[in-house]
Write a protein that binds this ligand. Structure first.
Ligand code: Z15
Length: 890
């Protein structure tokens, strides 16, 4: 701890534990108080943002009470805690969630009447906290909500990026990236903790085995209270900011070199400045590794410091702390925990290893090779020399520990494959012996000739493979440190392997994904520790993703079930099933959907200028833009749809099923193809939406800046949603769950959690198409000879190339990536899946004509997917991995 001089204790507590003025005031008075004193706006000029700020500060004070009480209670009870280490927490807005989780919705609504405002409008004054890219970061946010709601002692640990996920704009038909300075209006949801600071070192050297860092920064804590749903429990998300040492050490600053201090400050600022905007692709930058180590080191030091306040012996740490590593991003935790235990706390290597491997668990979120982090030994050794040394030791112990196993495996393989060869060799040897005997009988000359033949034959004989070499070769496939397969001679640290070796549990995020990681990514580790591998199918919080983003549908559900308990216990949603058969209920269900479509249409007009009707089917495809997610295939299908509509007679058009197709999603700023996909969708929209012949029959909208708040508006309005990744590539997907719970039907592949959604909903209710995951490898091999192009596909691509949508040269590479066998080679198999995708699309149109059946299915989706509540997921983590118990306040 750096700031020990500030560790002064509070004055003794009064009976009333509320520690501020505002909570003693009623809601209405507290808003007024904040408006006047914190935000400095009088009632009459309270503009929306200022009103938001005062309401937020008023809620903040109530959160702080809940937070202090929970944390004090947990400190006293000292239960085991889960620490969720994640480089990303995609929180979105907080106000609505906090007010409703605290069960203060009614009171705040009432108080706001005075200002002629409602909570929903006031809430739009808040900027999203977008400290994450997509699914992985949003999952972490859902998990925090569920941990608190289940009264589980747990904290999230991450980075307080000053710039979150970039804002996406559209200019001249292209994506542009704008900085996201989300702290612009202050942040009422965080509490700065200047008293909680830790030193984090980088670079330097090892002197007598001791690490002497060449650079040091200070990690300073910010706490974000996480209110559970209708419980006293309020968890914590602790985010770290980086300060230069001189910033707190005034004396050194004054005595030292001013320009050096400025340089140090600049370097420290850089660490927490900005989130890397890549989703599921690796960013091999040293600064990224610095970010990872920075937050991991601070979090581990913090946990150990708090543990040691109450316990003497670190051997007990595994009974009090579990660190869940969200993907490989925090994997340096394995080495850092070892270093802290050995170098800072004097434990032996073996004792430290025993503790570490009981404290750390790892979640894998992807099988995409480009997302599996591998840090060059050169980079790691420079930035973290002691950690590199420890990783080498971990690796050599690991390889030693399995040499017996690998040797036995090699022996078994040799035995099997050589048994045949040896038999043959023995027979040949017998023959030669006989030949020699025969030759000897014939005299000297014959014997010499025969000996010559025999020695030639013996030389030609296949020697049994050298066991030692084979063992060595095989061991390399288990090694945490491996040679780069592209850059010979460069050694890499495979962070996923380090995570598996250092963890007591490894899990995937959907059933199929957890199988694929066992067969394709870690099969050799499964041999050694089969019991280590688990599945924890993802989930989403029903608070944010149903109750609060769709209050209209929620009210209807609550009315039908006669209780709102389903918000806490999602399995109760199953009781909605019979209502699918009730025509009056279906009509009301449709009415709600219609209302949400209207809100989305309004948003589309605001953001794009396009006027869309609320009558057509709303078909939504929102997620990060990636080749594997195949927004491109959807775009091609829309070109075909446009072409068909153009070719129709007026009579035929009158019978067509109109659609509004909405795309949203960000392309990583350096992802060349993804940006072209965005441009293609924009161009298609430009052409189609302005074609008077088409009118309301088809609108193709790219809604810019898809983020958590946009998702809360978009998802409730969806009638069909698209989850069409190449089978085997999407680990889980989580928006599929949100759409299903909001009664949108799914068109999708047998990939990720789509499969389990199908199992729960009944596959007959989904529009499933495409090849299966176990066919992919073979199909990829066969691509070179692929000739079976669907004529619709070819014609649509021809339209792109011939400039129907403008800029044909700009789209050349994109077209080539799926048609030219030397450029991209259709790695994600669009050509293979296109025809069955179109069949599924036809089935959708057909079903939509039958609104009663469509609505029936919509209700069934909501009723069937309570399983995908993150409360269920977190309950499984708590029981099956963490061994953490609910610890509610009485
Ligand atoms: C990310 O958002 C996901 C995986 C990653 O490895 C990275 Cl770096 C980012 C996503 C998966 O693509 C998605 O399928 C999954 O639902 C999500 O993580 C949460 O597990």
């Amino acid at each position: 701890k750096v700031r020990s001089m500030l560790d002064i204790s509070f004055p003794p507590k009064e009976e009333d534990t509320s520690n501020g003025v505002a909570p003693k005031l009623g809601v209405e008075a507290s808003i007024e108080h904040e408006l006047k004193y914190r935000v400095s706006a009088n009632n009459t000029d309270a503009r929306p943002v200022k009103l938001y700020q005062s309401v937020a500060w008023s809620v903040h004070d109530r959160l702080v009470d809940a937070f202090d009480q929970t944390q004090a209670y947990w400190k006293e009870k000292d239960p085991k805690h889960i620490y969720y280490l994640s480089a990303e927490f995609l929180m979105g807005r907080t106000l609505t969630n906090a007010v409703n989780n605290l069960d203060l919705g009614g009171e705040y609504a009432e108080a706001l009447k005075k200002y002629g405002a409602d909570l929903e409008t006031v809430a739009t004054g808040e900027l999203d906290a977008a400290l994450g890219n997509g699914g992985l970061g949003r999952l972490a946010a859902c998990f925090l909500d569920s941990m608190a709601s289940l009264d589980l002692p747990g904290w999230g640990y991450g980075i307080r990026y000053r710039y979150g996920m970039f804002k996406q704009g559209v200019k001249d038909g292209l994506q542009v990236e704008l900085p996201d300075y989300w702290l612009d209006n202050g942040n009422p949801w965080e509490i700065r903790r200047p008293e909680t600071q830790f030193k984090v070192g980088f670079y330097g050297s090892l002197e007598d085995g001791k690490w002497v860092p060449g650079e040091e920064v200070i990690a300073e804590a910010y706490d974000v209270p996480i209110p559970g749903y209708k419980t006293k429990t309020c968890g914590n998300l602790r985010l770290w900011d980086a300060l230069a040492p001189e910033e707190f050490d005034l004396e050194a600053f004054n005595a030292g070199d001013y320009s050096k201090a400025v340089e140090q400050k600049r370097r420290a600022d850089g660490i927490t400045a900005v989130l890397y905007p890549n989703d599921a692709t690796e960013e091999g930058k040293e600064l990224r590794l610095k970010q990872q180590f920075f937050f991991v080191s601070a979090s581990l030091q913090d946990t150990i410091a708090r543990y040691l306040e109450q316990h003497k012996d670190l051997a007990g740490l595994p009974d009090k702390a579990c660190f869940q590593m969200n993907d490989t991003h925090p994997t340096i935790a394995v080495a850092e925990l070892m270093r802290l235990l050995i170098d800072e706390h004097g434990l032996s290597y073996d004792d430290a290893w025993a503790i570490t491997t009981k404290c750390v668990a790892y979640t894998n979120h992807t099988v995409m090779p480009e997302a599996l982090e591998k840090w060059p030994v050169r980079v790691l050794a420079k930035l973290l020399p002691r950690h590199m040394q420890l990783i080498e030791q971990i690796n050599s112990n690991w390889l030693d520990s399995i040499t017996g196993h690998v040797t036995a495996k090699v022996e078994a393989e040799l035995a099997a494959s050589d048994a045949e060869k040896q038999k043959k060799a023995a027979a040949a040897a017998e023959e030669r012996k006989a030949a020699l005997v025969a030759a000897e009988a014939k005299g000297e000359e014959a014997l010499a000739a025969a000996k010559k033949v025999v020695s030639e034959e013996e030389a030609a004989e296949e020697k049994p493979a050298d066991k030692a070499t084979l063992v060595e070769e095989k061991l390399k496939t288990y090694s945490i440190i491996q040679e780069n397969q592209w850059t010979k001679g460069e050694m890499l640290v495979n962070m996923a392997y380090l995570a598996v070796v250092g963890s007591f549990a490894v899990n995937g995020v959907a059933a199929i994904h957890s199988e694929i990681i066992k067969t394709d990514i870690f099969p050799h580790f499964v041999e050694i520790f089969p019991e280590r591998f688990q599945n924890k199918t993802n989930g989403v919080t029903l608070r944010r993703w149903l109750a609060y983003c769709n209050p209209e549908l929620s009210a209807l559900i609550t009315e039908a079930l006669g209780t709102d308990e389903w918000v806490r216990d999602a399995t109760l949603l199953a009781k909605l099933k019979p209502f699918a058969e009730d025509a009056a209920f279906r009509a009301r269900w449709r009415e709600v959907k219609q209302q949400k479509k209207k809100a989305l249409a309004e948003r589309i007009r605001e953001q794009t200028g396009y006027q869309v009707s609320t009558e057509p089917m709303y078909d939504i495809h929102v997620k990060r833009i990636h080749e594997y997610k195949r927004q491109y295939m959807n775009a091609i299908s829309l070109i075909h749809r446009y072409k068909v509509l153009k070719e129709m007679t007026p009579e035929q058009r009158a019978k067509a099923v109109p659609r509004v197709v909405v795309f949203g999603g960000k392309a990583a700023s350096a992802y060349y193809m993804a940006k072209k996909i965005v441009a293609l969708i924009l161009s298609i929209g430009e052409t189609v939406n302005n074609d008077p012949e088409i009118g309301d029959l088809l609108k193709v909208v790219f809604l810019p800046n898809y983020n958590v708040s946009e998702a809360e508006l978009i998802i409730p309005a969806a009638e069909i949603s698209q989850h069409i990744s190449t089978a085997g590539t999407e680990a889980s997907g989580t928006s599929n769950m949100k759409f299903a719970l909001n009664g949108a039907l799914i068109i999708g592949t047998l990939d990720g959690a789509n499969i389990e959604i199908g199992e729960n909903t009944g596959f007959e209710n989904l529009f499933i198409f495409g090849v299966k995951a176990d066919e992919i490898n073979k199909l990829r091999e066969d691509r070179k000879n692929f000739s079976d192009y669907d004529p619709r596909y070819t014609a649509a691509l021809q339209m792109v190339s011939s400039g129907v949508f403008g800029r044909p040269e700009y789209f050349e590479d994109l077209v080539a990536s799926i048609t030219d066998m030397n450029r991209g080679n259709d790695w994600f198999l669009l050509a293979n899946d296109f025809a069955s995708y179109m069949d599924a699309q036809d089935a959708i149109d057909e079903l939509y004509r039958d609104q009663e059946e469509w609505t029936r299915r919509s209700i069934i989706y909501t009723a069937s997917n309570g399983f995908f509540s993150s409360d269920r997921t977190i309950d499984q983590y708590a029981r099956e991995i963490w061994n953490v118990q609910p610890t509610p306040q009485p």
